[in-house]
Design a protein around this ligand. Structure first.
Ligand code: GDP
Ligand code: MG
Length: 370
């Protein structure tokens, strides 16, 4: 796929910057997206962002998404059809959506001239996005098209215990090294708990170690530091290096406090992206095209083998199911279309992707085997 407005081109308008919002369930990702959305709307002149909701299971999002995974895929249906629990359901929805992500990118790239920010809200459960092939493909695909930054949302009131703080930081660290993208740690909910304790621990590991020592369970019966305590002490030295690669802001998605600082960090990240990530861009783009193609082919192959089994089991029906070239115009290219709500006059349009897999004749809008 060609990207007409590549990050490498030297157009006069700056490329929009993509903010991928990641964080533990309940950290406040969606609320944060709504907050930065309303901040951008309140600028003079307003600079509305382009928002993608990638959480198929959410019942309510506090903002109007331009592209919503729920318009394309029905989470409840996917769980039923594939016999899955909640997490498997979300993952499968994301996988199905990823097969269409080239369409999403096209829509986003078409808007590149008119928006300054593209925002991705990710599924509540962090690992579904950060440790799945689809999450990686989506991240790579976006980051190879547009300047991209990860906003890692932290539930500040829930990270005041040193051990919790450390595990959260280790998680952030793993995402930083996995994505290799500019990274902003966003301490959210500062209206409930200011984040200065965290800043102190990050600036000075001795301060963290002191906090650790005052917590119960850090000494054994003989008064020696426990294994966990020693481990965390050493880890704090390792993380010291990691902290140097990050920008940190404290915000309250509730009150809007700190949102301006967040955007200052985003703008600084653009430079970082251009200096460090852009040289890798060409390679990344090739990888992106290849993986988007592969994921399409893979799902197509699976579909075709399902159909082959169907045909074996039911030869009578198979004989009736022949491809008629005259019908081709109707189906167009037969693809499920991603919906851009901001352009579509019919926002509720919904395509049931799961029906295609079962090959229910008329209702199927996948290309038929030739
Ligand atoms: N006090 C306070 N609550 C917040 C803030 N941000 C989010 N919340 C609450 O945290 C809960 C989870 O938020 P949500 O955005 O759904 O989290 P997500 O799962 O990460 O998308 C909701 O009840 C929000 O109202 C904040 O800045 N301050
Ligand atoms: Mg959410």
């Amino acid at each position: 796929m060609d990207s007409p407005s590549s990050a490498a081109s030297s157009s006069t308008k700056k490329m929009p910057i993509t903010i991928i919002v990641i964080g533990m369930a309940g950290a406040g990702k969606s609320t944060f997206v709504q907050r930065i959305n309303s901040y951008l709307h309140s600028q003079n002149p307003p600079t509305p962002p382009y928002i993608l909701n990638l959480d198929p299971a959410v019942t309510h999002v506090p903002y109007e998404a331009n592209i919503d995974i729920r318009d394309t895929i029905n989470y409840q249906e996917v769980m039923k059809q594939y016999n899955l629990g909640p997490n498997g359901g979300i993952l499968t929805c994301l996988n199905l959506f990823t097969t269409k992500f080239d369409q999403v990118l096209d829509l986003v790239e078409k808007r590149a001239d008119s928006v300054d920010y593209v925002i991705l809200d990710t599924p509540g459960q962090i690992e579904i996005f950060t440790w799945s092939a689809s999450g990686a493909i989506i991240t790579d695909a976006v980051a190879s098209s547009l300047p991209t930054v990860v906003a890692y949302i932290i539930d500040t009131p829930r990270t005041t215990a040193p051990a919790t703080f450390m595990s959260n930081m280790l998680y952030a660290c793993s995402i930083l090294y996995k994505t290799k993208l500019p990274f902003i740690l966003v301490f959210n909910k500062t209206d409930v708990q200011p984040h200065d304790f965290a800043l102190g621990w990050m600036a000075d590991f001795e301060e963290f170690q002191a906090a650790l020592a005052t917590h119960s369970g850090t000494r054994d019966a003989e008064g020696e530091p426990t294994y966990m305590n020693s481990l965390m002490n050493s880890m704090s030295l390792v993380l010291d290096e990691f902290y140097k690669n990050l920008k940190t802001v404290g915000v309250s998605s509730m009150t809007g406090d700190g949102v301006k600082d967040f955007f200052a960090a985003v703008d600084a990240s653009r430079e970082e992206y251009e200096k460090e990530y852009l040289p890798e861009l060409q390679k990344a783009r090739q990888r992106r095209d290849k993986s988007l193609q592969e994921v399409k082919e893979d799902s197509m192959n699976r579909l075709l083998s399902d159909l082959a089994i169907d045909r074996e089991k039911n030869p009578a029906a198979a004989a009736l199911d022949r491809w008629d070239p005259d019908e081709e115009g109707e189906d167009d290219d037969g693809d499920i279309n991603i919906i851009d709500r901001s352009e579509d006059p019919w926002p509720g349009q919904y395509v049931d992707l799961t029906r295609a897999r079962r090959h229910e004749g008329q209702g199927s809008n996948w290309p038929r085997p030739g």
